[in-house]
Every structure is written in structure tokens, then in C-alpha cells.
Ligand binder design. Structure first.
Ligand SMILES: [Zn+2]
Length: 926
């Protein structure tokens, strides 16, 4: 009994694959593919599935094309997230317990051990390996490692020694994102929310309020001349604090933030926001102004109080106008100070009125603010009475003046909120001293990376812009942390190298990972790695034989051919790894290509583990079968496009695989003699081979499935329709099945192996030779003939639907030779406008008069409609339409169940016969 049973095929194949994908240097050309290694802190979902299946399909493709393919995998366990998770589990945090017990299905006895962070990563690392294997991902698992292995740490120390010697690791004072609960700088990976927020430098403008200062943060210190009031939130409790020995009135949040930014802060008393309203403040550059109430003032933004410049800031303008409409503060008038082209005296008023915005909460307010900000910065000039300088000059001068004379300070704050750490705490900006940085701001280092990018293949090509932008924009990167797992920082062993900084050249480590663990980590000095990776000899190298073997592996595999990753890693990991490579490796060992993925959606919404909107990969495999999951993920979108997982569509993918299975079993033993239709099938097959090969060479998994699955399936349907009665097809079907299974094997390897056995294929299909198109088997004449027949059948069907009568006979009338001549002339011509005139210079044509010009017009339209390759073939190698239809007469009569007459249009009296065109005979149904 040979039933369609995916789980049985999975079991069969797994037995044979146990060591099949372990890959060693050989005489073959190599192909080394890597994908960003996972951080195993939770279960894999189908989005992860795609990340690892795309490189697997490409690996399988190149393996079948005869390359020595390496696809390794390891686990990134560096950093603090898993420590936070273990703490939350120890505290029995219900949300975390729910996630791990109910969503990730961790058994209770294992969950109990999760209070140890290493247990978490060990558990999920082996889960990842198990699920990846279940998905048929062809990994060389001998090379598996984790980033906390002692040997790996030795490798990282070696890497950092080189970065340090190149002057790219520096110590400095910098504002960084910081979590006060973890007492650690926060990287992109440590954020729950706010990864787009940037740290911005504000000037604090200090207003005198009795014996205290009220600081307000601004990016536009020059607008001090136009301040008409301050805004305070009457519902907020502010504090009076001694900041560096002076009394400030600020929000509580601001007091905490300033303490992280090199100020001594001592909170003395609370002050109700409403008690500040209607008091007066003073600044030497604007004089006395009142404090007005405003609910929109956010105590968590900078100092928690705001200065108001209604002439130039739309928010301030509307807020003041609203108060005045209620009859309050009507004596206050906006004070303009900047002249800018395109606006009147009060630009904020112009902009608000032009846009039709009526209230503060309008979502367009931010854009409006930006518009004025940009216009004034690029073209604005201060009024003469304020110095008359362009805004771009005045801004820095006034900021410097305020700092020098008017007690102003700098305050760092995010440009967007909220910024939330994975631990749930709000992230703040802290100025770190003695912080270590990677000097990504270094123009010379940037230049090396930009230069190398020019030599790289980037898929899809549009991402190049984003890489260029990232290289340009990257600033120094805080590269150490106090808390977490990882390698100790060599120059300050109280700190650890952070996760995005210890994962940049590990692709080189894979080449030796299975061999280096045979050596005692204590022996792994930098000289050892200098020898393995750089070929630098030193006296007294230990275990020289083993080192030589590793050097050989590295030289064989490196540089990697392609790195695969999701597109959100362009702004960090994918670019960082280029920075590190150009410093450490010689030019011929630098990365060659990158393939960047789109995102995963689940029923139209973004997949997110933290929001619970995920479908676990393991569940998908057990519900639908690994091949179904693979074919769906590869076929529903190209890798760089977003895909959307929908169970109902996945079910139809499973049915497609079942159809393939049944078709192969039914067809493989056919033994009839081949006819024209078999030659047609095999001719078409050559182009499917060619196009599938081309698509996979370009990483177009969807296009490849369109060709290899749907293209061939459609042909087979037509083939069966065209077979003579009582025929099961010819022995060519066996050839087709063998090609078909191999073209699909990278996508559905389990079904592939099973069917390959059914066909008595040699060895594993995973290593079977990839089909190669044979040009000699391409028969354009037969393909054209079938195209003509299938188009005519479609035409007859649609006419029949239209006239809604039971036909007694069908006549097919073939266009006369002179129309074929016109068709060829037009198709060959470069200028379709003048060609009709040229045709009419011919005597015979001119005699036909209107009939000929009409035919020329109709041929032109038809040529536009036909696929270009058909037109080209018709010109090159005309077919005898009469013969084609005569040969298909029996088929047509069987299809339509009535007598079919084939005639020359000129011998047919029927009016409609005159409409016959080349490749489009007239059809007369009676
Ligand atoms: Zn935190």
C-alpha cells in the first residue's frame, strides 16, 4: 500500500539523512551559506522557519548542482535577555510563565529549572536543533557551538585584539540608552519597544522663578526671543531639587534622568503643577513671562516644562489660541523673530490655517512642526533687532551664549517614546564614563566598508541604499555590558562584550568549530588564531597538525558566499559584520553576498512572540507536514517579500503535494510509444528546467515553484487531454517524473526522497544531479502547434458559452497565405506605424484595398496580444495551420462531441470566415 503520508516520508528520510549533510573540503567547488544564528530563548515560529528554510532550499539546489555545500548552525546566547527571563520565572511572573508553559509548551519539570539562565538556552538550543531537523534543514550539526563555549571566547578575544590594535575599540564619555533596573546599557535586541528612538541633545533654557530655575528643553534656543509664556501641566506633581547645588523646579522623572547625566540631584520637596500656573518667570533674553496651564505637557519629556513660542511653533500657537478662545490670557500676542520666505509674520499661524488643522491632537501636527522647523532652518533669518543672522548660524551661537552666560545646560533625551527595556522598565539616557565603544564613526573605517560593499552581491538590489545609509549614519557603539552572558572584555574584565559585538565574524569560526574543540582552550592563544585565519607562523604553536587541518578548512570555505538575514538587521548586525571583516581579514576573505528577507505575517498581522501572535513551527509541521510548511513558505512570496501565513492556504499547498504524489505514481510506469504530444511535453519540460534553474540561481523561490510545480502540472493536464483514447501515456512520462521530482526536491525533500525510491533513482534525491535542459529536445514547431490548438479550443469554448446553443458542427477556417505574409511583415518591422504603408506599396496588396488595410490593423493588434516568444517563433518558423488542425481533428471532435470541419477561409462562403487571422482561425459554430 503506497499511500500519501507525509509523516511516514519524514520518518523514512530522516533515517537516511543522519550524517548526510556533514560537509568536508573536497575537490568540488564550494558553496558556503550562512544565516544569522538564533538566540534560543523561546520556541520557533513559522517566521523563523522561513529564515532557515530559504538557505536550506538554496543549499539543496547547489548540492544537486554538484557543489560542496556547507550550511552550519550555532546558538547565540550572549547578553542579558535570558537573565531577565530567568529572574521573572523565579519571581513566578504570570505573563512569563504563561508564555513559556502555555505558548512554548515547556514541560513543568523543565520550566522549574529555568531559574538558571543557561538551562533556558540549552533547552531551546536543543529544541531548535530538533525542530530544524524535523523541517528537513540540511545542516552540518558537527559544527554547532554556543557563544559561551570557552573556545569561542578565545576566538572572540583574538578578534578584539585585532580591533583594538587597529584603533577601533576606544574608551569614552557618551550618552547611551540605559536600563536602571538591569544597570546596563540597552542594545536594539534588549528593547521591547522604541528601537527607532534616537538620543537627541537638547539645550536647557533656564528661566528664573523666585530663587529657583525652571529649565525648559529645546532644540531651537534661538527662539528664546519669541517666548511668550511657559507651559506647565497642572495635573503633574513637580519637585524642587538641588541640581549641582542650585535649586531647580522639574518633573520627578527629569530629576531621575538628570542624575544619570553627570549632575548631582537632591530632591527637596514636591510642588503641585497647579501652584506654578499664573506665576511669572524671567529670562534675560525674553523678559518676564507667565506660566500657563497645558495638559499636553508630558512630565516624562525632558525637564517636564516647556517654553512657548506661538509665532513659530504650531503646537504653542494652537494651545494659546484655544485658551484665548475661552476668554483667557487674551493680552498675549505671538512674538515673531524669524523672517522666512513663503510665510507671513507668524509662520505657525500660516501653517496651521493653510492645513485646516483645528485642534492640537490632529495627527498632522508633528509633520507641520517639522515643516516649519525645516523651512526656518534652511531659509530663515533672525530679525535685525535679534542680530539678523541666518537661523542655522544663530542657533549654535545662542546656545553657546546661554551656556556661557545664562546657566544653560545640556540634556539628552529620546526623540520618540516610549522606549521600553525587555525587563519592562522605561529606558533612560545615561552618560557613561569609561564606557568602551566600537568606533563606527571613524570615516576611514566607513570608507573601507563602503568600498567593499561595491564588490558585494546584494539581494534584492534595492537594499543597497539601506546599507549605504547605515554605514553613513552609524555612530560609536557601546560594546560592553555589566550584566549578561558572554565573553569578558579583555581590557576590563568586570565587563562583557555585548551581543551585537560578539557575533560579527563567527562565520569564520564555523569552518573550524568541529575541530577546534579537540584542543584545550588554555592553548588557544591569539597566535593560534593568527595562524588558522591569517596564515601567520609563530614559534612553538601547539598541536600543529590539527591547526593545519583547520587552516585548510578555513581556506577552503572562506569567504562565505551568502549570508541570509531579516531586513531589520541591516541597521545593525549585517552592517557590523562588514566593519569587523574588513579590519580582520584580507581582501580575498571578505563576504561575497547577502540575501535580505521580508517579514512574516500571521493572518495579516505582524508576527510577534511577545504579543503571542505566532504559529509555532513544530505545530505547523505536525499539523500539515514539513514539506507542506516548506512549500508554502517558499511559494507564497519571494524571500525578500513579506509572507502571510494562513492555514486555509497551507491546506491547499498540502493538496498540491498530494496531487504530485498521485500523478507520479500513476505515470511512472507508462510504457506507450511516444507521439508528437510526448515530444511537446518533453520540449516544454526543457524550458521549465531552464527557468527553475534560473529562478533558484537568483533566490526566487516563488518563481521556481511556479515553474517547477505549476508549469509542469498544467502541461500534464493538457497532455492527458490530448492523449488518444485508451492511452496512459508514453514511457517519456518516466523521464518527466524523474526531472519533476528533482526540480522540486529542494522544496519538498521528504516526498522527494520517497518518490525518488519509487522511480528507482540512484542514491538520495538530495544528492541526485540537478536536471539540465537539453536544447536538442526543444521543438518549437510542435510547441507552436499545441499553442495554436489550445488557444483555438479556448476560443471555441468561450464562443459556445456566449451563443448558448447546442452546436451541430464546428468549422475552423484558416487564414489565407497573404494574411500570413502581412503578419510576418508587421512582426518583423521595427516601425509598426509605417509598415502598413510599406505593405500597400505592393501591387497585389493594393488590389485587395480595404481588405488588406483591415487585415494589417487586425494583425497589429493580434501581435500585441500574443506572447512575444510566440510571435518570434511564428516569424522564424511558420507552421502549416491546416496540417496542424487536420492532425487534431479527432481530438477536437472528441472534445466538443460534434463533427469538426477544417477549411481554408477563402474556400468558405461564410461571412465570418473572412475574419480568420494567422494563429487565430475563424470559428463558425452551427
Ligand atoms: Zn531592563
Amino acid at each position: 500500500m503506497n499511500a500519501f503520508d507525509l509523516s511516514k516520508f519524514e520518518e523514512e528520510a530522516q533515517e537516511q539523512w543522519t550524517h548526510a549533510f556533514e560537509s568536508n573540503p573536497s575537490n568540488l567547488e564550494k558553496c558556503y551559506l550562512t544565516v544569522a544564528y538564533p538566540y534560543p530563548s523561546g520556541a520557533m515560529h513559522v517566521g523563523h522557519g522561513r529564515t532557515y528554510i530559504v538557505p536550506d532550499v538554496i543549499s539543496r539546489f547547489w548540492r544537486m548542482r554538484g557543489k560542496q555545500v556547507l550550511y552550519p548552525m550555532a546558538f547565540h546566547v550572549t547578553g542579558a535577555p535570558v537573565i531577565g527571563i530567568s529572574k521573572r520565572i523565579a519571581k513566578k511572573d504570570p505573563k512569563t510563565i504563561h508564555l513559556y508553559r502555555d505558548l512554548y509548551k515547556v514541560p513543568q519539570n523543565v520550566l522549574d529549572e529555568f531559574t538558571d539562565p543557561l538551562t533556558i538556552v540549552r533547552h531551546f538550543a536543543s529544541e531548535y536543533q530538533r525542530v530544524m531537523t524535523a523541517c528537513g534543514i540540511s545542516i552540518d550539526w558537527r559544527r554547532r557551538f554556543t557563544t559561551v563555549d570557552p573556545t569561542y571566547s578565545k576566538f572572540i578575544e583574538w578578534q578584539w585584539k585585532h580591533l583594538y590594535e587597529a584603533g577601533q575599540v576606544i574608551k569614552g564619555v557618551h550618552p547611551v540608552r540605559y536600563c536602571t533596573v538591569d544597570d546596563n546599557p540597552v542594545g536594539d535586541h534588549d528593547l521591547l519597544e522604541g528601537d527607532k528612538a534616537e538620543v537627541i541633545k537638547f539645550t536647557l533654557v533656564m528661566f528664573q522663578h523666585g530663587d529657583a530655575f525652571i529649565p525648559t528643553a529645546t532644540l531651537r534656543p534661538e527662539t528664546i526671543y519669541g517666548v511668550t509664556n511657559l507651559w506647565a501641566n497642572p495635573n503633574v506633581t513637580y519637585v524642587r531639587a538641588l541640581v549641582d547645588g542650585r535649586s531647580w523646579i522639574i518633573s520627578q522623572e527629569a530629576a531621575e534622568k538628570l542624575a544619570l547625566q553627570d549632575h548631582t540631584v537632591e530632591v527637596q520637596e514636591e510642588i503641585a503643577g497647579r501652584d506654578l500656573i499664573d506665576t511669572t518667570v524671567n529670562h534675560p533674553l525674553c523678559g518676564k513671562v507667565p506660566v500657563l496651564p497645558a495638559d499636553f505637557v508630558d512630565p516624562d519629556m525632558a525637564s517636564g516644562l516647556v517654553m512657548s513660542v506661538p509665532a513659530h511653533a504650531p503646537f504653542d500657537y494652537i494651545a494659546l489660541r484655544d485658551l484665548q478662545r475661552a476668554g483667557k490670557y487674551t493680552q498675549i500676542k505671538p512674538v515673531p523673530l524669524i523672517k522666512v520666505e513663503g510665510y507671513g509674520d507668524i509662520p505657525a499661524q500660516d501653517a496651521v490655517e493653510r492645513s485646516g488643522i483645528t485642534h492640537q491632537m490632529d495627527s498632522r501636527m508633528d509633520a507641520l512642526t517639522q515643516e516649519i522647523y525645516a523651512a526656518e532652518f534652511s531659509k530663515g533669518k533672525l530679525f535685525e533687532r535679534y542680530g539678523g543672522k541666518p537661523v542655522r548660524v544663530a542657533r549654535d551661537e545662542i546656545a553657546a551664549l546661554m551656556i556661557e552666560k545664562y546657566a544653560s545646560k545640556i540634556m539628552y533625551e529620546f526623540d520618540a517614546r516610549p522606549v521600553i527595556c525587555r525587563c519592562g522598565n522605561k529606558v533612560k539616557v545615561k552618560i557613561l564614563h569609561d564606557q568602551w565603544f566600537l568606533k563606527y564613526s571613524d570615516p576611514a573605517w566607513k570608507k573601507q566598508v563602503s568600498d567593499h560593499l561595491l564588490d558585494m552581491v546584494l539581494v534584492p538590489p534595492e537594499v543597497r541604499l539601506e546599507f549605504d545609509r547605515t554605514v553613513d549614519w552609524l555612530k560609536d557603539w557601546a560594546c560592553t555590558r555589566r550584566v549578561g552572558l558572554g565573553t569578558r572584555f579583555p581590557w576590563d574584565t568586570t565587563q562583557l562584550i555585548e551581543p551585537l559585538s560578539d557575533s560579527t565574524i563567527y562565520m569564520a569560526y564555523y569552518t573550524i568549530a568541529h575541530k577546534i574543540r579537540e584542543i584545550n582552550p588554555g592553548l588557544l592563544t591569539p597566535e593560534v588564531f593568527d595562524y588558522i585565519f591569517l596564515g601567520k607562523e609563530s614559534p612553538d604553536l601547539p598541536e600543529k597538525k590539527k591547526l593545519e587541518a583547520m587552516r585548510k578548512e578555513f581556506l577552503y570555505w572562506y569567504p562565505y558566499n551568502y549570508r541570509f538575514s531579516a531586513k531589520d538587521l541591516i541597521s545593525n548586525h549585517l552592517t557590523f559584520q562588514l566593519f569587523h571583516h574588513v579590519t580582520i581579514f584580507p581582501k580575498d576573505k571578505l563576504p561575497q553576498g547577502m540575501v535580505v528577507f521580508g517579514m512574516g505575517l500571521l493572518n495579516g498581522a505582524k508576527m510577534s512572540s511577545s504579543k503571542g501572535n505566532v504559529f509555532l513551527l513544530e505545530d505547523a509541521v505536525s499539523d500539515f507536514g514539513a514539506d507542506t510548511v516548506r512549500m508554502f513558505l517558499m511559494g507564497s512570496a519571494e524571500p525578500w517579500q513579506d509572507f502571510d501565513w494562513r492555514n486555509e492556504l497551507v491546506i491547499s499547498t498540502k493538496k498540491q503535494i498530494e496531487r504530485l504524489f498521485n500523478t507520479v505514481l500513476e505515470s511512472k510506469d507508462a510504457d506507450g510509444e511516444p507521439h508528437d504530444i510526448d515530444r511537446w511535453l518533453i520540449s516544454r519540460l526543457q524550458s521549465h528546467i531552464e527557468r527553475t534553474t534560473e529562478a533558484l540561481t537568483n533566490f526566487q523561490t516563488r518563481q521556481a515553484i511556479q515553474e517547477a510545480y505549476f508549469g509542469i502540472e498544467t502541461d500534464l493536464k493538457w497532455y492527458r487531454r490530448r492523449l488518444a483514447e485508451n492511452s496512459d501515456g508514453s514511457r517519456e512520462l518516466h523521464t518527466l517524473c524523474s526531472v519533476w521530482i528533482r526540480l522540486l526536491a529542494p522544496f519538498i525533500p521528504f516526498t522527494g526522497e520517497h518518490l525518488w525510491k519509487e522511480l528507482a533513482g540512484e542514491g538520495l534525491v538530495s544528492f541526485a544531479p540537478w536536471p539540465v535542459a537539453n536544447k536538442k529536445l526543444i521543438n518549437t514547431r510542435i510547441e507552436l502547434a499545441e499553442e495554436l490548438i489550445s488557444r483555438t479550443v479556448e476560443d471555441i469554448e468561450s464562443i459556445r458559452k456566449l451563443i448558448q446553443m447546442t452546436p451541430k458542427s464546428i468549422a475552423i477556417s484558416i487564414a489565407p497565405a497573404w494574411k500570413h505574409e502581412i503578419f510576418r511583415l508587421i512582426a518583423r518591422s521595427n516601425n509598426r506605424n509605417t509598415v502598413i504603408k510599406e505593405i500597400m506599396t505592393d501591387d497585389a496588396m493594393r488590389k485587395r484595398g480595404k481588405e488588406a488595410t483591415d487585415a494589417a490593423k487586425q494583425c497589429t493588434t493580434l501581435i500585441h496580444r500574443l506572447p512575444p516568444h510566440v510571435v518570434e517563433a511564428l516569424v522564424r518558423e511558420p507552421i502549416n495551420e491546416l496540417e496542424v488542425f487536420e492532425a487534431a481533428k479527432i481530438f477536437l471532435e472528441k472534445e466538443f462531441g460534434v463533427p469538426v470541419h477544417i477549411t481554408n477561409a477563402e474556400s468558405n462562403e461564410h461571412l465570418k470566415a473572412a475574419t480568420a487571422l494567422p494563429f487565430k482561425p475563424a470559428i463558425i459554430i452551427e
